[in-house]
Structures are given as C-alpha cells and as structure tokens.
Design a protein. Sequence first.
Length: 253
Amino acid sequence: MQDDKMTIQGLLLDIGFSDVDAETYWALLNLETVSVRKVAERSGINRGTTYEAIKRLLAAGLVNARKKGEREYFAAESPEKIYDLIRDRRKDLWQVQQHAQKVIPEVLARKARPKGRPLVKYYEDDEGVVAILRDVLQTCAQLEIPEYYVYSSRPIRQYIYRKFPQFTERRLKEGIAVKVVAVGEGGDPVANSQRKWLPEPTHAGISSYTLIYGDKVAQISISNDFTPYGVVVEDAGTAAMQRLLFERLWQTL
C-alpha cells in the first residue's frame, strides 16, 4: 500500500502538482465520498489548505464534488485520469516547443553582437558540462551535415558523460555523426562514430576534451579538485581553423 502511495504521489509531483495536492488526492482515493473535514483528518493537513488543494484537483478533473443539502462532499476520480493529464501536458509542451522554435531564432537574429568578435561562454561543474553537450546536440541537429569532431584524452573521459549518460542515445536518435581522435587507449566503439588514436605521451598533464561543432569550439577540462569546467568559443574562423587541423591530422592517422 505504501508503495502505491509513493507511486501515485510521485506521478502527481512529476506533472506539476504540489506535495499537498498529492497527499490530498491519496487521502480521497482511500475514502468514499466525504467532507473536507474527513479528508483533512485522513491527510493530516489543516482544513483550509485541504480545501484549496481539493479545488485544484477539481479543476484538473481528479476529484468530483456533489452537494447534499448545504454541505459539499468530494470523491477521487480513478487514477486513470492521470493519463489524460499527461496527454494534455504533452500536447501543451508540443505547442510550447513549436512556439519556441519560431520565437528563439528571431530573438537570436536580433541579438546585437559586434561584427567579427567571438562569443565566449564559461561553464562550471557537471551541470556546465551537460549544458555544453546539449548545445552540441542542438547545434549539430541544425547543420546540413550533422557531424562534429572530438579530441579526447583518457584522464577526463570519465567526467564527460557521467551526468548525461543518455547523450549517445540522443546523438544517434538525431542522426549525428562524430569523429574522435583519442589520446591514449580506450573508448568504446558505438554506432555512427569513427575513432582513431594517438599514442599517450609519457609526461602527464594532458587532460582536456575538445569538441568542434558548427561555428563553435568547446574545451572541457578538470580543475585540481577534479571539478569539470568548460569554455565555448563561438566564432566561425576559429571553428574553421580547428576543423581544418583536425581533418589534416585525421588523414595521417
């Protein structure tokens, strides 16, 4: 029973309801048609807060109400109604996505940037690395040839995808190819990727990961306390030069 409670409440939290809403719905689900007072007693939440939660659940279609004399009674709808809410949210998000795809390029096009000056962005910790990886996917998905290049060194590989393990799955879904020049052995072969190796140098200190994609070059490294950080340079000339050097090196390996 407790597992069912956690599952139902977790679903409601996932689609945007509050803890109070979820607790109130669970209380109603385990009661017959009852008054606000009974729901409040069951959930342990005060009556005023319970009533506000019931109003939100009513609006969402998860609760129904009926009057008996001057009093109002409430009952939970079937949890199957959650499917309807998820479908509605999916439709709403799709509409938001369509709107975003129209508006964001217009905003970026109007964004003033001095001619010829590169745009440099700095990112910190694992969340920063995730932001860079998401940018790789978004940028490459819009390219005529969806492909990017990577210089990879063994010491930093373990830090790149640890907070975004589904990156490769997303890359393959988008049809994005990658070529990797790896310094040192390692790296698992995956679909739609090519990999070549450089021998690992005897001296230490090479711990960086470089991505060349679109008009951008991203450099990811780790600090002395093993916290990853990254820099993205958006500049067509810089990216073109790095791409040329990569392709020349690729031909020699």
